[in-house]
Design a protein. Sequence first.
Length: 258
Amino acid sequence: MLGTGNAFMPYGRYHSFAMIDCKHVIDCPPTAMASLRRAGVPLSEIETIFITHIHGDHVFGFPFFLLERRYISDREMQKPLTVVAAEGVKEHLWHLCELAYPESLEEIFATVEWRTESEGSLSSGLTWKRFRVHHDESVDPYGYHFNAGQFGSFVHSGDSGPCDSLYDEILLADMAILEMGLPEWVDSDHHHKPSDIQSLAQRAEHIPLIITHTFIDQPGFNPNPTVTDVYPVHPKNVHHAEDGLRLILEPDGWILEI
Ligand SMILES: [Zn+2]
C-alpha cells in the first residue's frame, strides 16, 4: 500500500495507490512518483497500470510517470508498459500528457500497450476482472477483482459507495482493498463511510477488509488533524491501512506486515 489517503491527502498519507508484486500498480495518482521513490522502486520496473476511473487523484500522476521513464529510468524506451483501462481512458490520459508536457511524451506514449477488455490475464498468470461500481458516473468508475489462481484472489474497490456489484465480488474474494473516502456527516453515497464498512464487515466476517482512500489522518501525525486522526472501532476483519503496509499472501491466508 504505497498511499492510503483520499483526494485531500490526510496528514501522513499520499493518495491511495497500491502495488502488486513490485511491478503492477493500481491507478497513477499525483503522488505516484513520490510513493514509488519512497518505496525505492524504479519507475521503469512497473509493467502494468490498472486504471479504476479518471478522477484527478487517481490519474493525474500519469504525465509525470511517463516523463520520468522517458528521460530518466527508461531513456531507450525498452521497458514494456501496459495500461489496463476502460474505453476512453487512453484519450483522456493523452490529453493530460499534452497539457502537462506538450511534444515531450509522444514517443513514449506510442510505446504503451492499451488493454480495454474487462477480463484478461498478464504473463505472470495474474488475471483481472473489471466491474462497475457506484461513484460519479462522469468518471466511468470501476473496481477490479484480481485472481492469482491457487494463491487466491482479492478485490480493489476503486472509488465506490456501497453497491451490490462491489459486494458480490468481495464476497467471492479472499481479501478486499476497500475505500472509505468520507466521514459520516457528508451527504453523499459515492464513497464508503465508517458505518458502511461496519455493515459490510459483519456480512463478510471471514474476509480481511483493508481500508484505503481514507479521510482519517495517520494517527498522531499532526496535532491539528485535517478532519480526524481517530480510527472508528470496527470488527477485527477490518484493518485501517497506513502508507507502507505490505500484504503478503501465505498458504494460510493474508499476513499484514507493517
Ligand atoms: Zn473518485
